[in-house]
Ligand binder design. Sequence first.
Ligand code: SAH
Length: 366
Amino acid sequence: SLSCPVGIADDTEGSDFIFPAIIDRNPVMIAISSSSESPALTRYLRNQLDSLLPSRIPQLAQFVSSLRKSIRSRIDNSQKRQRLWRALMSSAMPNLVLAGKIEQAKQVSDEVIQNDSENKDLQGEVFLVGAGPGDPELLTLKAVRLIQQADVVFYDRLVSPAILEYCSAKAEMHYVGKAMSDHAVPQEGINQLLVDHAKLGKTVLRLKGGDPFIFGRGGEEIEQLAEENIPFQVVPGITAASGCSSYSGIPLTHRDYAQSVRFVTGHLKDGTANLPWNELIHPQQTLVIYMGLTGIRHISQELIKHGMSADTPIALIEKGTQPEQKVYTSTLNDISNIIANNKISAPTLTIIGNVVKLHDKLNWQK
Ligand code: SAH
C-alpha cells in the first residue's frame, strides 16, 4: 500500500490535500480554495485580490517586523502595544513604505512612538462613525477601518445588521436604542458610557445611522468627551437624504426644478411640528423631512395652508437603500390616503418638491 499523500484534481474525497490558488507576497501568503467546486472561480478571485494588493507588501512586512522587535523590548504591557500598533498602522507609515519612501516612513513611525510614550496614562479613544442609511457598501473606507478596530461598540436601531458584521468578533456589542417612544438608554446615559469606557483605555465605537452630525445628536454625544479631554474622531456617513435620493432616482437639486434643498426634522412635540412654514414654501426648493412619518399629514396641511400648491409632488421612501426599500409617490393633498392605505414602517424619509417628478424616469432600483 502507498504511504504517500495524494492529491487528485476534481476529487476532494479521494485526496489527502488540495492545491489552492495562491498569492505570494513573501512572507505574506494568501491561499484560496473553493473546495474543488470551481477552479475557474478560485482563479478569478485570485486575480481580483492580486490586483488589489500592493506589490511592496514584502517591504512593508520587513519594515513592520523590525519595528516589532524594538517595540516588544520597550513596552511589556500588551494592551499598550496593541494601541501603539493601531496608531502606527493608521498613520501614514504603511502607505509611505508601499510608496518606497522608507526614510519618511521611519520618521513618521518614530513620531508616533514618541507621542505614544509621552501619553503615559492608558487613555482610550472614541470613534463617532456614520454608518449610512443601510446598504453596507455605502460605508466609507475609514468607517470600515475604525469599525474593525473597536473593542466596545454602542449602536443604534438604525444601524443595519449587515454593518455590525464588520465589527471584530471579539468586540463587546451594546444596543443603545432608540425608537421614538422607547429609549433603551437615555441620552445622558450614552454620553456617560462613552466617557467611562474610554477612561478604561478601550477603543470605543459609537455607530450611528446616516451621518452622525445630521439629526443624530452626534454633537451632544461628543461634547462631554471634549470637556474631559478624551480623544475622539468623527467619520461622516451618507445621510438618509443622500441615500434615499440616489436609490429612488430623485435628485435633490436639478436645474429645472430646484436650486436649493432644505433638511428639516418633522419630529412632533405635543402633536404639532413647530416649523418656519413661510421659509419652507419657497418655490424651487426641495424639502427633505426626517423623522416625519407620524407628522406628515399635519406637515402637508400646514404647507398647503401657508401657500404651497396642493398638487406639489411628495415621495415617502421607506427603508431607503435597504433590500426592502419602497417608494410611494403622491401629492401634498393625497398623501394622507397613501399613509392610511399602506403599512409603512420606519425609517421613512419624505421628499417634497417638483424633483419628485423625476422618480418615474430615473428610478433604477426596480
Ligand atoms: N443621522 C441620520 C438621521 C437620524 S434621524 C442620517 O443622517 O440619516 C432618523 C430619521 O432618519 C428617520 O426617522 C428617517 O426619517 C431617516 N432615515 C434614516 N435612515 C433611513 C433609511 N434607511 N430610509 C429612510 N429614512 C431613513
